[in-house]
Design a protein around this ligand. Structure first.
Ligand code: SAH
Ligand code: DHB
Ligand code: MG
Length: 218
């Protein structure tokens, strides 16, 4: 069994080759710590994956659910085509404020629109089309967020849902917290959902053992 410390070490190793120095992202992480935000954003390697996925489909409209301090937001917004737009939903005004400053420091203020409030209300008020959606907020509502993302996706659009493995808790019947139940409810919904084709990518690394659903809309 390979230990989690090695996952971190391997992330560091590859990041040393594949990631440039990035003052705006470094500043965002530092600001998040200084503001007392929990360290639950995507890792650098995962952020770059989101960025590359968005770029590879030529995204010009991106939807994010769960902004925190805007770390994933910055990675995704940098992938936008010229004049593209990212809308990010965040319930916590403090998180949104920290994120807005981080996004502005990254030079992305005009491309990013952070909407403060319960994501379910914001989503209901939005219209598509979106090229890509990244769902990463309260996991209990994953299925509802997925349904809104699907409603607003363009054909061929991509929907990514973070944290669907949770250290393997998803298959541990003894775990019944709202987050894991939300992941299981999403899994059951996806099994019945004919409008998308989806897979799961399990991940290890700086964010331990987790994974995401990657769905493409027919
Ligand atoms: N995507 C971020 C991490 C998001 S953490 C990154 O990778 O950098 C999850 C965020 O979802 C938190 O900031 C939390 O406040 C927010 N959140 C929780 N419940 C929410 C809700 N009902 N509506 C909108 N945002 C919510
Ligand atoms: C949690 C949330 C996340 O979005 C994440 O990537 C890791 C952990 C959490 O709520 O514990
Ligand atoms: Mg997450």
């Amino acid at each position: 069994m390979v230990e989690p410390a090695v996952w971190q070490e391997v992330d560091d190793y590859w990041n040393g080759f594949l990631l440039d120095d990035d003052p705006a992202l470094d500043a965002a992480l530092a600001a998040n710590v200084a503001a007392g935000l929990p360290p639950i954003g995507v890792s650098a390697a995962q952020g770059k994956l989101l960025h590359l996925l968005a770029r590879s489909i030529g995204a010009s409209r991106i939807l994010e659910v769960g902004t925190l301090g805007g770390y994933s937001t910055i990675w995704l917004a940098r992938a936008l085509r010229p004049d593209g737009q990212l809308i990010s939903c965040e319930i916590d005004p403090h998180h949104a404020e920290v994120a807005a400053a981080n996004v502005a420091r990254a030079g992305l203020a005009s491309a990013v629109d952070i909407r403060v409030g319960p994501a379910i209300d914001t989503l209901a008020s939005l219209e598509g089309p979106f090229d890509l959606a990244f769902i990463d907020a309260d996991k209990a509502s994953n299925t509802e967020y997925f349904q809104h993302a699907l409603r607003m996706s363009r054909p061929g659009g991509m929907i990514i849902v973070d944290n669907v493995v949770r250290g393997g808790a998803v298959v541990d019947a003894a775990v019944t917290d709202a987050n894991v139940m939300g992941v299981r409810r999403l899994a059951a919904a996806l099994a019945e959902e004919k409008r998308v084709e989806a897979t799961v990518v399990q991940t290890v690394g700086a964010k331990d053992y987790d994974g995401f659903v990657l769905a493409v809309v027919r």
